[in-house]
Design a binder for this molecule. Structure first.
Ligand code: ADP
Length: 261
C-alpha cells in the first residue's frame, strides 16, 4: 500500500506531496503562523495545490485563522482526512483531532514526533504542490524533534524587528544548518505601521535591520511586513483567506516557488 514518498517516509495511496517547506522562528509570538497561513493563501490563489501541516502542536493557530475553528478531521480506515478551507487549502492540526479545542496538549517529544509523522504519512492529503509546515517556535527539543520527524526541504525564517538584532535569528538559522535544511530566506514581520490618514510608513522599532541580518547569514531578505490591525482581526475571525491583500509577501512566495521548480 505504501506509495513512494520522500526518503525514509511513506506516502499513502491517497497522497502525493511534491514539496515540503517549513516556516520557523527563533521564538514564539513573532507571527510565524500568520506568515505560514499567508503564504498558503497566496500560493493557493496562484493556482497551486496547498496543504498546511500545523506542527506548532502546543499553540495550534492555523485552523482558526483559516476559518476552520470547530471543524474536525475525520478518519476513514485509519487514514486521517484533513479539513479543507473554502479556498481549498488542506489543513491538518492537533486542534482538529482534539475533543475540545481548549484541551492543553501535554505530550512529550517522542509522542509529538509520532503524531506529526502520522499527520504526514497517514493523512489523505491528495496531490499537493506544497505542504507548508508551521513548525513549533524556538530552537529547543521540540522543534528539533519535529525537524527529524518530517521531510522538510527548506525553511522560511520569520523574525520580529527586535529578534533581528538579538541573535534569535542566528539560533533559528543554526538549527536549520544543523539539520542540513536550506534556508530560503528571512521575513521581518511587524516591522512598520502604515498611517491610516497619510499612508506614511512608521517604523516603531527604528529602521529595519533585515537586509543587514540577512547578509550576515548569507540568506535572502524576503521583505518587511506591516503590523496591520485588519489582519489581526481577520486571524481572530477566521477570514484571512478573504482579507489578505493581493501580493502581501511576494518575495517569500517567489522564494518557495523558485526553490521548488
Ligand atoms: P507565532 O506563530 O509566531 O507564535 P502568530 O502567527 O500566532 O505567532 O501571531 C501572534 C498574533 O499576532 C496572532 O494573533 C496574529 O494574528 C497576530 N499577528 C501576527 N502578525 C501580524 C501582523 N503583521 N499584523 C497584525 N497582526 C499580526
Amino acid at each position: 500500500k505504501a506509495a513512494q514518498g520522500p526518503a525514509g517516509f511513506k506516502q499513502n495511496e491517497y497522497t502525493k506531496i511534491h514539496h515540503v517547506i517549513g516556516v520557523i522562528s527563533g521564538k514564539g509570538g513573532v507571527g510565524k503562523s500568520f506568515v505560514c497561513g499567508s503564504l498558503a493563501v497566496e500560493l493557493a490563489r496562484s493556482g497551486a495545490r496547498v496543504g498546511i501541516l500545523d506542527a506548532d502542536i502546543t499553540g495550534p493557530s492555523i485552523p482558526k485563522m483559516l476559518g476552520l475553528a470547530g471543524e474536525r478531521a475525520t478518519a476513514v480506515n485509519d487514514i486521517l482526512v484533513p479539513a479543507t478551507t473554502k479556498g481549498g487549502i488542506e489543513v491538518m492540526s492537533a486542534n482538529l483531532v482534539l475533543e475540545n479545542e481548549t484541551d492543553p496538549i501535554v505530550w512529550r517529544g517522542p509522542v509529538i514526533a509520532g503524531a506529526l509523522r502520522q499527520f504526514f504519512e497517514e493523512c489523505a492529503w491528495g496531490e499537493l504542490d506544497y505542504l507548508l509546515v508551521d513548525m513549533p517556535p524556538g530552537t529547543g527539543d521540540v522543534p528539533l524533534t519535529v525537524f527529524q520527524s518530517l521531510p522538510i526541504e527548506g525553511v522560511v525564517v520569520v523574525s520580529s524587528p527586535q529578534d533581528l538584532v538579538q541573535m534569535v535569528v542566528g539560533k533559528a538559522f543554526n538549527m536549520a544548518s544543523m539539520m542540513s535544511v536550506p534556508v530560503l530566506g528571512l521575513v521581518e514581520n511587524m516591522a512598520y505601521v502604515t498611517c491610516p490618514h497619510c499612508g506614511e510608513k512608521i517604523w516603531p522599532y527604528g529602521p529595519s535591520h533585515l537586509a543587514q541580518t540577512a547578509d550576515e547569514y548569507g540568506i535572502d531578505a524576503l521583505g518587511e511586513l506591516p503590523i496591520d490591525p485588519a489582519l489581526a482581526a481577520a486571524c481572530d475571525h477566521g477570514t484571512l483567506e478573504d482579507e489578505l491583500p493581493q501580493g502581501f509577501l511576494p518575495k517569500a512566495v517567489d522564494a518557495i516557488v523558485s526553490t521548488c521548480e
